[in-house]
Write a protein that binds this ligand. Sequence first.
Ligand code: MRU
Length: 340
Amino acid sequence: MSVIEADSYFSIKFENDRFIFLDQTKLPLQEVYVETDDYNRIAEAIERLEVRGAPAIGISAAYALALSLKDISSDKSVDRFYSAYKRLEKTRPTAVNLFYALTEIKKVFESNTESQSLYQTILTRAKEIHQNDIAFCDKIGENGSKLFLKKSKVLTHCNTGKLATGGDGTAFNVIKKAFKLGLVNFVYADETRPLLQGSRLTAFELEKNGIPFAIQTDSMAAVLMQQNKVDLVITGADRIALNGDTANKIGTYNLAVLCNYHNVPFYIAAPTTTIDRTIPTGSDIKIEYRNKNEITNFNGNQVTPPNYEAFSPAFDVTPSHLISGIITEETIYFFPYNFL
Ligand code: MRU
């Protein structure tokens, strides 16, 4: 396993009035950073999954709203702000962190419309949202690592590390902290079809952190559990309802069902900004459907006749009774959940 290079990359950064992001569609083969001060370019990056992961999407949108006002005279700021807001809220529907961050920034805007330094005021709030997420990631890692009672083999799905958040990750940071404590001996990273956030991104981060791992296709998780090779499963979340039902990357629900059958603990790790306190259950979560080309193509190559229809939800909802615990920056919640 390679030497520790965990600090050799970042996913999002704000520097010198510009937003810088690592284009995740090119990972792991190329590490390309893109710099912009155009809110519309950030909206595109979110849509194309160049920037992705619930917390990172929210933080990026907050910076985008700030940038939308950078060179705008105060008489034009109201129009500009609301058109940027509308553009950003349409980028991705499921991760509630996007709407959390947009709403927080809107509150600041609406109470400061007369201010001469609107851009700076909003930028300060965007930076706070980013800083808070860094702190949340740390606490999630610390809280979650307490669940490890022995050296464990962990399975995870999608990507929940530094690439997906403002800090060191959610589920990934739990694994990373437990590994540093000598409590993780191996990680299985689900490939995560169709866009391979597991085999491209989680594997990239595991390697950077020197954590021993293997990648496998999503359909191999059942065999791993049947062979007693998994002690626990931890994933992230895109939106959690009041009763604990959790939307996360498509395939998460499969894992929760498998864990239930094989008696393997199944945990979700997420900041409280991922809890949607306006919805009672998971049936209220809007699930994003992606372009069918993401399924009928592989790595840019058409692999089925182009006329085939495809079923392509980007997320599924795991019912809360299948979730052993929800690890947040506050504490670990256990079933039955009530986030009121
Ligand atoms: O479509 P993506 O790659 O944005 O989906 C991301 C996930 O489902 C993550 O697991 C979730 O956002 C948690 S990120 C800490």
